[in-house]
Write a protein that binds this ligand. Structure first.
Ligand SMILES: C[S@@+](CC[C@H](N)C(=O)[O-])C[C@H]1O[C@@H](n2cnc3c(N)ncnc32)[C@H](O)[C@@H]1O
Length: 258
């Protein structure tokens, strides 16, 4: 039986009304300070990422969001803040202020290959996910990834596997995650702007939570985190200020997670 809850409203007001100290993982994927009005697949407005007051206004929002969500964490809970080159550096400083510098766990780089490259810089094709823990005994499952070999000869005491791309070993997962961004023709694409792939959220949840744990997403958008959480046997709590997002998330959850 799926266990999730999705509420429509401002996370800065909803989070303080929730019972504190219960979440194993809070994943925050807020607006990125893109300066754009984000539109859905049909061209309608989905959410606003424009900040007339500039970075000062944005950081005041981000600080308020972090302050509101932090108390929801269990004593050893983990918070993952997803941003990109525009504000990730500010986000990390905010997290250090809130958790203390020793609470840093990882900066995960999500690397992808979407179209559109500036003529005046290298392609900016990664996001940053800062992971901080509220206590030293946080849950961590060491995931493994394929490490391809040039050939399969001359190795001893190493288990070598093989697939269509060649021989590989399984090694401890690194903090650079090469995962495709969602494309419009993919089955899981729900038409929400800046929708994240289920593979990304599944990895985070598997890494930092146990079955039965509560996963909170205060800016849940189309509900990706909650779908991944429920599929993996975790509980989910999501908020979003956009009624359209909440409706979409509820639909995805009822189709995917029952
Ligand atoms: C980057 S999108 C999240 C996308 C989501 N991870 C997904 O996979 O669909 C950011 C979301 O934050 C929401 N949002 C912005 N300000 C908010 C606030 N104060 N409280 C709750 N949600 C907010 C927006 O409506 C938007 O859906």
């Amino acid at each position: 039986m799926s266990d999730y809850r999705i509420l429509c409203g401002n996370a800065l007001e909803l989070a303080p009304a929730m019972p504190p100290g219960e979440a194993a993982l809070a994943y925050l994927d807020p607006p990125f300070f893109s300066g754009r009005r984000r539109r859905n697949q049909a061209g309608g407005p989905a959410y606003d990422d424009r900040w007339p007051g500039g970075m000062v206004e944005y950081l005041s929002f981000l600080r308020g969001l972090l302050n509101a969500v932090h108390p929801l964490l269990k004593p050893n809970g983990v918070l993952a803040l997803h941003l990109d080159w525009r504000a990730a550096h500010h986000g990390r400083l905010e997290l250090e202020r809130l958790f203390g510098p020793d609470a840093f766990v990882n900066e995960i780089i999500w690397s992808y290959r979407t179209g559109g490259v500036s003529r005046r810089s290298l392609g900016r094709k990664h996001d940053n996910i800062h992971v901080f823990a509220a206590g030293p005994q946080y849950t961590f499952h060491r995931l493994r990834e394929k490490s391809y070999l040039a050939h399969r000869y001359g190795f001893q005491n190493i288990e070598i596997h093989e697939d269509e791309d060649g021989p590989y070993t399984l090694s401890a997962m690194r903090d650079v995650w090469e995962l495709p961004a969602l494309r419009g023709n993919q089955k899981e694409y729900a038409g929400y702007p800046t929708q994240k792939p289920l593979a990304l959220l599944s990895r985070l949840i598997e890494c930092f939570t146990n079955p039965g744990d509560l996963v909170v997403d205060p800016c849940c958008g189309s509900g990706t985190t909650l779908v991944a959480a429920v599929r993996l046997g975790r509980r989910g709590l999501g908020f979003d200020s956009s009624a359209e997002a909440v409706e979409l998330a509820c639909r995805r959850l009822s189709e995917n997670a029952s």
